[in-house]
Write a protein that binds this ligand. Structure first.
Ligand code: NOJ
Length: 555
């Protein structure tokens, strides 16, 4: 009897703690073009990533997501794929990709590939064939119509594009050279699942999924576009969502998530991280409503426009806990290759940035972290007229509200500049005369090497924070309990993380003033603080300096 009870208890405990690895991991996003250039052509490459794996591992990251390096004419720098099972020559070869996977696995780390399934490049042979006539074997692989309906692209531009050979229009959710595939055709689905299997077979640990909620379009092409004029006049984000629903968040896309999950399950426990837009209910549907059997994780980009206030983050965590309770897991993301870097958002105040990262790595969820943020890299401002980013050229024509929604001007070159490694030429990124994008002028002070030697640097803070998270299961897989705002001074955020073995408090002062915090429980030992002078042990009371935070364990 006792034995049975013991067994049941063990099974219960195992089930209670059995979270997939990607719910506990930390993700470091690399933009390959800008990471490290080994052949002196001014653009980063796969060999460069391999050379920097020890650096990434020494920071404490366990998983790497690489933006696309597949065959591509690079009109949208890899998000326009012409060869799904090959590597673009400027990044290397298939052998390099294989080597990258092996080197990452050798270190006990994971690699996430960026899979663009919604659309291909217009130079993809699939599209070339499809566009060549109305009767070819791939005639139905893309979304073709005799006449456009009123849909506008995700960027509020023309989304239907004329093709003379067919005397028809094709649909492109993003930019004109990125035609959308037609997943209502089973051959397309099969072809894409073959691509997925190809990379899983090579050892990829899963995928970040580009524009995943645009995969299916309304089967009747219903025109739910509000008139452009109305949208522009209202400057209303809700209106925007209504506008795009004909080719976003279609119910078939939720089912597709489950199918893709099943394909990945053939290869083991793989990460599927969705780029989906819409409200939380919508996101949950992609995750597999009740059981989390769809995509394992999905972004909610709303938080990229965070307000630096305790109230904002309290509400963010509260709603994440409500909308993504276990077995779901929130994703905390504060920058990426499409949006402003943290340093710019916070007007250069890196003390503030440290607090946002503190939260990012200690709240319950999977943190997704953009390269260069570990050194507090800044956006490099550039005139959008000269931008390489095709989106920047749409900027003047873009409705103001869309620009505001993104919270920034849309020249994405600014946040994609070369990683700043050291004080040498081109910040040690490349030996080329000219790098593909300019290196930030501040590289003599903001770079990985210099920061390594400064105990107060962002770099050392991030690696301390990761070490802490990795060593404390309460932080990477424990429960979260918010401390009610009325038990804390104004503009202070607090929460506990706990498991059977330990309870850890996170306290963050978002205010310019020093704050005295009085807690209901006593006896803490400091684990980490942004202010080095905080006492090693404290009882019920702790004083937090302006813009500072602490992680402490309950004794
Ligand atoms: C989202 C990606 O993050 C972005 O960089 C890209 O331009 C579009 N999808 C189109 O693929």
């Amino acid at each position: 009897m006792r034995l049975i009870f013991f067994l049941l208890l063990t099974v219960h405990c195992l089930l209670a703690t059995a979270q997939p690895w990607y719910h506990q991991t930390t993700i470091y996003q690399i933009y390959p073009r800008s990471y490290y250039d080994t052949n002196g052509d001014g653009t980063g490459d796969i060999k460069g990533i391999i050379q920097k794996l020890d650096y990434i591992q020494s920071l404490g990251f366990e998983t790497i997501w690489c933006s696309p390096f597949f065959g591509s004419p690079q009109k949208d720098f890899g998000y326009d794929i012409s060869e799904y099972t090959n590597i673009a020559p400027e990044y290397g070869t298939l052998e390099d990709a294989q080597h990258l996977i092996e080197e990452i696995h050798k270190r006990g780390m994971k690699i996430v590939f960026d899979m663009v399934m919604n659309h291909t490049s217009d130079e993809n042979p699939w599209f070339k064939e499809s566009a060549s006539s109305r009767t070819n074997a791939k005639a139905d692989w893309y979304i073709w119509r005799d006449k456009p309906n009123g849909w506008k692209s995700a960027l509020k531009q023309k989304g239907w594009h004329y093709c003379k050979e067919r005397d028809q229009y094709y649909w492109a959710s993003f930019l004109p050279f990125q035609p959308d595939l037609n997943y209502r055709n089973p051959e397309v689905k099969k072809a894409m699942f073959d691509v997925v299997r190809f990379w899983l077979d090579k050892g990829a640990d899963g995928f970040r999924l580009d524009m995943f909620n645009s995969i299916y379009k309304d089967s009747l092409f219903r025109n739910n576009a509000a008139s452009r004029k109305a949208v522009m006049e209202k400057h209303d984000a809700k209106e925007y969502r209504k506008t795009v629903k004909g080719y976003m968040n279609q119910p078939e896309s939720f089912g597709f998530a489950n199918e893709l999950r099943a394909v990945c399950d053939e290869f083991g426990d793989k990460i599927l991280l969705g780029e989906v837009f819409g409200n939380r209910q919508m996101i949950r549907r992609f995750l597999g409503e009740e059981k989390n059997d769809g995509l394992g994780l999905a972004f909610d980009f709303e938080m990229l426009r965070f307000k630096f206030k305790a109230k904002y983050f309290h509400e963010l965590i509260e709603s994440m806990e409500k909308d993504f309770p276990a077995p779901f897991n929130p994703v905390y993301v504060f920058s990426n290759h499409d949006r402003r870097r943290m340093a710019r958002r916070l007007k250069g105040n890196l003390d503030k940035a440290k607090l946002v990262h503190l939260l990012q790595f200690t709240a319950r969820g999977t943190p997704c972290f953009y390269y260069g943020e570990e050194i507090g890299m800044t956006d490099v401002r550039m005139p959008y007229r000269k931008a390489l980013d095709p989106v920047a050229h749409l900027y003047p024509a873009m409705p103001r509200f869309l620009v505001d929604m993104a919270g920034e001007t849309m020249n994405r070159d600014e946040m994609r500049t070369p990683m700043q490694w050291d004080t040498t030429k081109n910040s040690g990124f490349s030996t080329a005369e000219k790098t593909w994008l300019p290196v930030g002028e501040n590289y003599k002070t903001i770079n990985a090497e210099t920061e390594k030697g400064d105990e107060n640097s962002m770099l050392n803070f991030i690696s301390e924070l990761l070490e802490l998270r990795n060593n404390h299961p309460a932080l990477h897989s424990g429960r979260l309990e918010l401390i009610p705002a009325n038990e804390l001074p104004s503009n202070v955020l607090g929460y506990y993380r706990s498991n059977e073995k330990e309870k850890v408090a996170v306290l963050i002062n978002f205010s310019k003033q020093e704050k005295r915090i009085q807690l209901n429980v006593g006896g803490f030992s400091k684990l980490l603080s942004t202010d080095k002078n905080i006492a090693e042990h404290f009882e019920r009371t702790i004083v937090l300096k302006s813009y500072s935070g602490v992680v402490a364990k309950l004794r």
